[in-house]
Design a protein around this ligand. Structure first.
Ligand code: PSU
Ligand code: MN
Length: 305
């Protein structure tokens, strides 16, 4: 264990005993949803992980410490401070840690810290990817590089069409990251179950997810695995309505000249406002759905140890 990492007592004990643990990210808390729904959701996601037989490890940087497992007070702090907490990607960790600052961890840094702690499964909402127009902006999320490098299974609801989904899949193919559809052959598009793009493989059970991930690790192939789990039908949104909101948010983003790490949080917040909060309700449900699958998969992986 490295000297910058603090596992909570519960997470440390579960890992020492080989019990299932599921990593959860904190950018979704500080930057992905408004207060107080962000805190309520983060606590509900933790409870869902517990109800399905695993220990939740919400990950963040607090006072320069890499934290795996937060107290409810720490979750409240990150949620209330919201965008006042730095969005921390791989490049941000050295200075944040050296200065003793706080950071909300993205998919990238949650994977990094999960791997340091020895956590294999991570549930979230959506991942970053290749942005539309990346051929000129070069805006490609560090999440894709991390999936190529770090051995963590990331369970998400696909990617939002704020991204170029086709280029995102091409990038993952180049980097050797398996893209799995859970119960589907089609890449889900976060708010909707369909995108028109195919995943690499369809897998229908947590057992098979665990087996594929174990095979990858045991063969010494570096990097993670991306599991895309479609939003439950009853919570999915009308594709025309959500795509109109996404297009409007993208136009505003371009008109305002927003760039770099601000792009994704800006788009997420605008989509929520334009849809009058309906997208937030869907967002919460898909995260809970991913937490359930992650807990079941982590339970199988820990039995196989
Ligand atoms: N996409 C979502 N919800 C999110 C994010 C992305 O649908 O909350 C967050 C995640 O933390 C992800 C990060 O890792 O945004 C990607 O940011 P960027 O595009 O700047 O790499
Ligand atoms: Mn970016």
């Amino acid at each position: 264990m490295n000297r910058y990492l603090d596992c909570s007592p519960e997470v440390a004990q579960a890992l020492a005993l080989g019990r299932p643990v599921v990593a959860l990210e904190s950018t979704i808390i500080s930057h992905g949803m408004p207060y107080p729904q962000n805190v309520e959701t983060a606590l509900k996601v933790e409870q869902t992980v517990r109800d399905n037989g695993a220990v939740p490890a919400t990950i963040a940087v607090i006072g320069g410490r890499l934290k795996a497992g937060l107290t409810p007070q720490e979750i409240e702090y990150l949620g209330k401070k919201g965008r006042g907490v730095a969005k921390a990607s791989r490049r941000d960790l050295p200075v944040l840690v050296a200065r003793g600052d706080d950071g909300a961890t993205t998919v990238t840094t949650t994977m990094i810290i999960a791997a340091m702690a020895g956590i294999k499964v991570f549930a979230t909402g959506g991942i970053g990817g290749v942005h539309r127009g990346a051929e000129t902006t070069m805006d490609i999320s560090a999440d894709l590089e991390e999936l190529a490098k770090t051995p963590v299974m990331v369970i998400c609801a696909g990617a939002k069409s704020i991204l170029d989904l086709g280029l995102t899949l091409e990038y993952l193919e180049t980097k050797g990251v398996p893209v799995i559809g859970y119960g589907t052959e089609e890449l889900p598009a976060f708010y909707t179950r369909r995108s028109g793009y195919k995943v690499d493989y369809r897998i229908d059970s947590p057992e098979e997810l665990a087996a594929a991930f174990s095979a990858k690790i045991e063969m010494g192939l570096e990097g993670g695995m991306l599991v895309t789990n479609p939003i439950p039908e009853e919570f999915s949104m009308d594709p025309e309505r959500i795509n109109a909101a996404i297009n409007q948010a993208l136009e505003e983003c371009n008109a305002k000249g927003i760039r770099g790490k601000e792009t994704t949080p800006f788009l997420l917040a605008r989509i929520k406002d334009i849809t009058g909060g309906d997208s937030l309700a869907s967002n919460i449900q898909l995260v809970l759905n991913n937490a359930r699958l992650a807990a079941s998969t982590a339970a199988i992986l820990s039995k196989a140890q």
